[in-house]
Design a binder for this molecule. Sequence first.
Ligand code: DC
Length: 230
Amino acid sequence: MHGPIIAIDGPAGAGKSTVARTVARRLNLFYLDTGAMYRALTLKAMRERIDLSDGPGLAEMARRTEMRGEYRRGMRPAHRFFLDGEDVTSAIRSREVSAHVSQVSSHPEVRREMVKKQRTWAQVGGLVAEGRDVGTVVFPQADFKFFITASVKERARRRYREMRREGYQVTLRAVEQEMVRRDHMDTTREVNPLRRAADAVVIDTTGMRVSQVVNEILSAVREGRGQTRR
Ligand code: DC
């Protein structure tokens, strides 16, 4: 019995990660964080001083890179991400990586390579995959598709609180400006831009708690809403 593929897309700060992880755990499915993959590739390119405007060069590097996520019970955070065997869970969240990941992920050659890697995870069985183009490009045949969003102000507030908790000295205004810049790059790039799949269920999480969003998705899955037509 093959579990379902659940695609969760949406802009930065919409709360996708927490929601996708919780849904995966509740349904006992594998969790695939495609954003973490682009982040890990960016980190490696920066370390190896590869020109971030060199799409073919970055794609070649992606081909010789091993990436995987793992759930490690008892660790905080429990979802760890490994790049060529090294735990890079916090390194891929640095401001430097966040500032350059949109550029790295804008190259068609890079995306082709990454989508290929992402599709291999479907062989493990059912999964919850989170990103920007999961329902549109990576798994257009996904069993369920959700598009999670929230107002820019709310997304900036969430990211700001998260960064302050992690000890970063930032202002809300700077976070909001960065959010607007990233939204613009993610939605206007030529290849696989962030957009809602026509058959995705939209959830605006402004003013909603994580548990409410999770419950909404779980009941949609149970009732077959958000199920894609075949
Ligand atoms: O979800 P995130 O913030 O960790 O994603 C990091 C970046 O990676 C984001 O700026 C856009 C890019 N990304 C992408 O282009 N396609 C995906 N499927 C996931 C992320």
